[in-house]
Design a protein around this ligand. Structure first.
Ligand SMILES: [Ca+2]
Ligand SMILES: [Ca+2]
Length: 222
């Protein structure tokens, strides 16, 4: 009986050790975007808006990449595709992230690298300062060795989830989100009242085509 428990415990330990990918060094690990200098990505809390791979415009294959390194500077392979997090670098524009906001395209490879081309399940809008990316809960910092601030990827994020309780996006698209959208409706870039957060297809106009997107994602939530 006792021996059986020891064997079972040893087996559990062996399994736990074998799936453990190693500790990410948030200072040595890096991230970047490929395909353009600045991505424009529209998201929905239901995770059914734009793919990251389309965020540099039509005909361009875009992705976000990360390279995970440990404290010795060695690559960390096998990091699970769910072990990532992100948010706005602008503290006033925090996104409303769902519990599993995104997945990597694969485990990190032998070089510690993986990519993200899928969709993000979250609400909110951040037009400046970019997005930080975290592995194992640690936002990546740079540049090594000073590591004073988060790496901010040059990505504009928009969503029909514009507001909610306390004036912040809340992970649901409902009637309250229609109020700021209405305030920007039929206005173009440069006009008073125009809000770029309401321009979901990035044509510098908030018009019927954006309203159609709003309608498609209405009542969507985490
Ligand atoms: Ca909302
Ligand atoms: Ca538009």
């Amino acid at each position: 009986m006792f021996k059986g428990k020891v064997v079972a415990f040893a087996l559990m330990l062996a399994i736990a050790t074998s799936v453990y990918a190693g500790d990410v060094d948030d200072c040595r690990s890096t991230a970047g975007i490929t395909g353009c200098a600045q991505m424009m990505l529209t998201i929905c809390p239901a995770g059914d808006f734009e793919f990251i791979r389309d965020a540099c415009g039509t005909g361009i294959t875009a992705y976000i990449w990360v390279t995970a390194l440990d404290a010795a500077g060695l690559p960390i392979p096998g990091i699970p595709w769910t072990d990532y997090w992100l948010n706005a670098c602008d503290p006033a524009k925090q996104l409303a992230l769902c519990s599993s906001p995104l997945g990597a395209d694969s485990l990190t490879g032998a070089n510690g690298t993986t990519t993200f081309g899928g969709r993000i399940a979250a609400g909110g809008c951040t037009l400046t300062q970019g997005i930080w990316w975290a592995i194992q809960g640690k936002p990546l910092k740079g540049p090594y060795p000073t590591c004073t601030s988060n790496v901010c990827l040059n990505i504009i994020v928009k969503s029909p989830d514009l507001t909610g309780a306390g004036g912040k996006p809340d992970g649901v698209i409902n009637l309250s989100d229609l109020v700021p959208f209405g305030g920007s409706y039929n206005k173009n870039l440069g006009q008073a009242g125009y809000n770029a957060c309401c321009d979901y297809n990035d044509d510098n106009k908030c018009n019927l085509s954006d309203f159609a997107y709003f309608g498609t994602h209405y009542q969507h939530k985490c």
